[in-house]
Design a binder for this molecule. Sequence first.
Ligand SMILES: [Zn+2]
Length: 102
Amino acid sequence: MTELCRCSCCKGPLEPAQQLRFLVETDTLDDPAYLARIRVLPAVNGKPVPVCKACQTRIETAPRPSASRTGGLRPPLARKLLGALGALSVGLLLTGLFAPRG
Ligand SMILES: [Zn+2]
């Protein structure tokens, strides 16, 4: 089975559940309320980062120095752009995944 993506921390393969989380979270960036309810993955600049289960556990147990608790400091336009970028990157990933090997 082709690996969709790899962990941003250790470059190891992502578990299917983590891959799905990454896809879901990148696809729902335009809806911060929904994202906040389902968010599991760590995020950098509001964009989910694909990490494997082991690294996620490690990140969650570590303190978050740069995490802002208030959240809404970024302008809506930046969120839209990030959402578009996320959708675009997922599209590229899927395109590469389903493209015939040549
Ligand atoms: Zn990892």
